[in-house]
Design a protein around this ligand. Structure first.
Ligand code: AMP
Ligand code: MG
Length: 331
């Protein structure tokens, strides 16, 4: 079985093709860049996706050497994400499905991150820390569903880093903003006190963002000290919740995915935590750790092979689609 997957939930447009043995045949990704100094505007990102989509699909077929008629399944992201962006992917998937006469599969984006991690990280049953610009969740499999053990109750950690970086006047032209903060943090080892906010198993970053921005405005501390302290604080919070999920579930593997997973300090802290529980730790390379069409295509295959179907009427997008809404039939 060969599946084509379309990912368009946020700033990235992904078109990926994978077969049922897990061979990645193509992984095309285009990224919408907002105007300098501003965040992602959903409508503008969706306009980027709709104008970029035809060529991205063409490139994916070209890269894979597969002909459109050889595709067996069209998978797309049902949610969560920005409504206007998700709708571009869904409309494209419906169009391809109707014109090629192939079935559709609507998939959950966080679960797709987990499943591509299990595949390429060769993991069986990890506790997953999913940290990106749009999501912050600790996810693990339990009782036939992927359960969210902890999550942000306000903004995602990547968004906290991005807005802080913009407030600090850092430019994200050469590197993602999180990487710019990481580079600042590397220059310091001076910790300035920042609130540590965990509520039960959940985390909160909006007050921390305000606090860090006020520290900047006070001009009492150099940027590198605040960047270092911000990283140490928010990553410690994430590692604590991940550790508690690991201890509770008694699993033996930890996986980190999403854009923030590129951060070396976060990976170092997670690795240390995992090893103290005799658990293994894995990150993924950026091509599959960031939003991509391959993970959507792969989850489509797993669902299809376990007997799941998506009726045309059920291809409507869901901005708040949660992992636990999906019954896991493929494990
Ligand atoms: P995603 O939403 O998965 O595309 O990831 C984008 C997020 O990852 C943005 O918030 C980036 O600032 C963040 N990011 C990228 N590289 C790094 C890094 N090295 N350290 C921390 N955050 C990063
Ligand atoms: Mg994502």
């Amino acid at each position: 079985m060969i599946s084509l997957g379309i990912e368009s939930s946020a700033d990235k447009l992904g078109v990926g093709i994978i077969d049922d043995k897990g061979n990645v045949l193509s992984n095309v990704r285009r990224t919408y860049k907002p105007p300098y100094g501003s965040g992602i505007h959903p409508r503008e990102a969706s306009e980027y996706h709709s104008s970029t989509m035809p060529k991205a699909i063409e490139d994916a077929f070209h890269e894979s050497g597969i002909k459109p008629e050889e595709i067996d399944l069209i998978s797309f992201t049902k949610g969560p994400g920005f409504g206007p962006c998700l709708r571009i992917g869904a409309v494209t998937a419906r169009t391809l499905s109707l014109s090629l006469g192939k079935p559709l599969m609507a998939v959950n984006h966080p679960i797709a991150h987990v499943e591509i991690g299990r595949l390429v990280g060769e993991l069986d049953d990890p506790v997953v820390l999913y940290v990106s610009g749009g999501n912050t969740q600790v996810i693990a499999f339990s009782e036939r569903r992927y359960r969210v053990f902890g999550e942000t109750i306000d903004i995602p950690v990547g968004n906290c880093l991005d807005v802080f970086g913009r407030n600090a006047g850092l430019s994200d032209k050469e590197n993602p903003m999180g990487r710019m903060i990481e580079l600042e943090a590397l220059k310091s080892s001076t910790y300035v006190s920042i609130p540590y906010v965990i509520k039960g198993m959940d985390v909160s970053f909006s007050g921390i963002l305000t606090h860090a921005t006020r520290l900047l405005d006070s001009k009492k501390h150099p940027l590198e000290d605040i960047a270092f302290s911000l990283q140490e604080t928010v990553f410690s919070m994430l590692v604590e919740v991940t550790e508690r999920a690991l201890a509770h579930t008694r699993k033996e593997e930890v996986l980190v995915c999403g854009g923030v997973a590129a951060n070396s300090r976060l990976k170092e802290m997670l690795e240390e935590m995992a090893s103290s529980h005799d658990a293994s730790f894995r990150g993924l390379n950026a091509d599959l750790a960031l939003d991509n069409g391959v993970m959507i295509a792969w989850l489509g295959i797993l669902m299809k092979q376990s007997g799941v179907t998506t009726e045309f009427e059920d291809t409507i997008v869901d901005q708040h689609f949660r992992p636990e809404d999906v019954e896991v039939t493929w494990r």
